[in-house]
Design a protein around this ligand. Structure first.
Ligand SMILES: *[C@@H]1O[C@H](CO)[C@@H](O)[C@H](O)[C@H]1NC(C)=O
Ligand SMILES: *[C@@H]1O[C@H](CO)[C@@H](O)[C@H](O)[C@H]1NC(C)=O
Length: 448
């Protein structure tokens, strides 16, 4: 009885969420690309961008699917021009953004840029708040295909949904399809309202190239898979694969878990010095295929015991993608953990025979029933695809976020409480009132 009620509610919730999707035709699967921030911060110029475009091709990354090249903060002059328009930095981008966009497009890549939903960007360049329409038009005129939109320098009284909706409306008004990548750091529970206005939204603050930061980004995203869907994805921030600060094992974990959560996979390392190990991780085509699977249902944490975890999600062909993750503190006496995934936790019958394939090794491991156990090194992952030999219940009968819902309940509660704190403050109407307002702004999609 209880379970029936739960599944009816979940079905209704799924319909409700489906009806809220942004309709710009983009990001039907998570974006794959490159962004300058994690590698260079504000130290960027047009020669570097051109070299990066060339390297995306020669390294094989474009072939593996990474086709957005996004310029992050510090590309503009410190002042707008005399007509109030943004202009590219005269010293570092002297040829102008249109020429750079043309170069990037000539390589078969898509061109992305960055702005901010406040008065200034994080590095102090002009932000787009109250300039949304002119800036969106500038981006469209330059041929921009992707906008990362940051959250620095916004007055507390300026409600986050208003600031991000304004750019949504402005981008739409240009008539150019521009992938809208919201970077509001998870402020105001964006998974509740962003699917209607953006193609992805950050669930967390910035990642840095170290283990603790990576775990924080991950833990802030656990339990949110039900809000992701084609056109609208959770974003635990860009990849640190290739950057000093993470071991090879940790880089593999970063990549595998981001892939199964259906995060955008945005590379952020110096491609002039891409190690063979990092390149192998980023071009593991069977892992990328999980991220890009057409079903578009995000995986999530489905099992946890101490520091050993199992993430899983359904794929279009009825298989399950699974990541076993060993987050034991380093220096432990027992570097290897045996981690088991139970068929029951994947929505399969125990008796079901299924093949297990190692996705990084590109190797079949055999046929198993009931469970499979992988040996996982410290701070490392094993990523496998588990495919029933005969027909098995498809994903409709199994949603990863229903597994071990108690695990998520505490996390959810915490989130709801943090959301509630935003209500009732002076100048801030309740969340539901704002939600209704935003529905008016962006219009309603029919429930099919
Ligand atoms: C603008 O929004 C409308 C209504 O959702 C949608 O049909 C259209 O494709 C959007 N255009 C762009 C360029 O995003
Ligand atoms: C893992 O499983 C293998 C094979 O069953 C066993 O030999 C080994 O002792 C186990 N290791 C740990 C750390 O439990």
């Amino acid at each position: 009885m209880c379970l029936n009620v739960l599944s009816v509610c979940t079905t209704l919730l799924a319909f409700f969420l489906q009806a809220q999707c942004l309709d710009n035709g983009l990001a039907r699967t998570p974006a794959l690309g490159y962004n300058t921030w994690n590698a260079y911060g504000g130290d960027i110029n047009e020669d570097l961008i051109r070299a990066t475009a060339d390297l995306l091709i020669s390294s094989g990354l474009k072939k593996a699917g990474y086709h957005y090249l996004v310029i992050d903060d510090a590309w503009s002059n410190l002042q707008r021009d005399d007509k109030g328009r943004l202009e590219s930095n005269s010293d570092r981008f002297p040829s102008g953004m249109k020429a750079l966009a043309d170069y990037v497009h000539s390589k078969g890549l898509k061109f992305g840029m960055y702005s901010d939903a406040g008065s200034h960007t994080c590095l102090g360049y002009p932000g787009s708040r109250y300039h949304e329409e002119e800036d969106a038009q500038t981006f469209a005129d330059w041929g921009v295909d992707f906008l990362k939109y940051d959250n620095c320098w916004a007055p507390a009284s300026d409600w986050v949904i208003d600031r991000y909706s304004a750019m949504h409306a402005a981008l739409n008004k240009t008539g150019r399809p521009i992938l809208y990548s919201m970077c509001d750091w998870g402020v105001g529970d964006p998974w509740l309202w962003a699917p209607k206005i953006a193609n992805s939204w950050r669930t967390t603050g910035d990642i840095s190239p170290n283990w603790e930061s990576m775990l924080r980004c991950l833990d802030n995203t656990i339990g949110l898979s039900e809000f992701a869907k084609p056109g609208a994805w959770n974003d635990p921030d860009m990849l640190e694969v290739g950057n000093p600060g993470l071991t090879e094992q940790e880089q593999r974990a970063n990549f595998a878990i981001w892939a199964i959560l259906k995060s955008p996979l945005i590379v952020g390392t110096d491609l002039r010095r891409l190690s063979r190990a990092a390149r192998n991780i980023l071009t593991a085509e069977e892992v990328v295929a999980v991220n890009q699977d057409k079903l578009g249902v995000a995986g999530d944490l489905i099992w946890k015991r101490g520091p050993t975890e199992v993430y899983a999600g359904p794929l279009e062909d009825g298989s399950r993608a699974v990541v076993l993750f060993n987050r034991h503190t380093s220096g432990t006496q027992y570097p290897l953990s045996n981690i088991t995934v139970q068929w029951q936790d994947l929505g399969f019958e125990d008796e079901l025979d299924a093949t297990v394939r190692d996705l990084f090794a590109r190797k079949d491991l055999g046929t198993f029933s009931g469970s499979w156990t992988g040996i996982v090194g410290l701070h490392d992952v094993r990523m496998v695809k588990i495919s029933p030999i005969k027909t098995a219940p498809r994903y409709k009968d199994w949603r990863p976020w229903l597994q071990h819902s108690a695990l998520h309940a505490a996390e959810r509660m915490k989130r709801q409480l943090s959301g509630l704190q935003l209500e009732g403050l002076p100048g801030r109407p309740t969340k539901m009132a704002r939600y209704e307002e935003i529905q008016e702004v962006v219009g309603d999609t029919q429930v099919s």
